[in-house]
Write a protein that binds this ligand. Sequence first.
Ligand code: DX5
Ligand code: ZN
Length: 226
Amino acid sequence: MVESKPVKLAPSILTADFGHLADQIAAAEAGGADLIHLDVMDGRFVPNITFGTLIVHTMRQLTRLPLDVHLMIEEPERYIAEFAEAGSDIITVHAEATPHLHRAVQQITGLGRRAGIALNPGTPNEAVREVLPFVDQVLVMTVNPGFGSQRFIETMTAKIRRMRKMMDELCPLADLQVDGGIYAGNIADVIYAGANVIVVGSAVFNKTATPTENLAQLRQAVAETL
Ligand code: DX5
Ligand code: ZN
């Protein structure tokens, strides 16, 4: 039996107010965010374009929290060094974005950063089995990447459970991250399935309440799972 890991909340700034980024990050910190999740999109791997190293660098000046950079870009190996240099602590590449996943992971760890690999909802866990012994984090996408505020794909709960089992065998110390459509109403389900790093975008940065209040509500829902 592998010990369960402490649950970490990783707010994604995708739906934050970019005109007031410093305030938004301060509010997320006040709410007890453990990491800041940064969604980099290239308009090719996913149908949306967001931001690149400039925002990572800016975020590095705004917070001491670890920066968890989710690269939704083709051929990520071309940019890993730049994202490391900009101040990323964790760099996650998609299994579908490169035929050389193992090499990309080696590149990240070679630069002294934590290496993550991500799987789209349609990609089987088996596709990353051989790379698991080399990674620090596995990201199981629970929506198709590209946009915030999408609906959680229910069949992903069983996939998370199967992935955690495979990881317990091959990389027991690695984190299992989930991303997409998670809010106070379903966060317990993904934790029970074995996820321990939870990305929360629109559930934190929205018009209903402040990021601090939203994170407090999410923390409460996490506490109820213990
Ligand atoms: C999806 C991104 C996610 C997403 C999270 O492409 O990787 O990080 O924006 O946002 P919510 O929590 O609103 O689904
Ligand atoms: Zn993400």
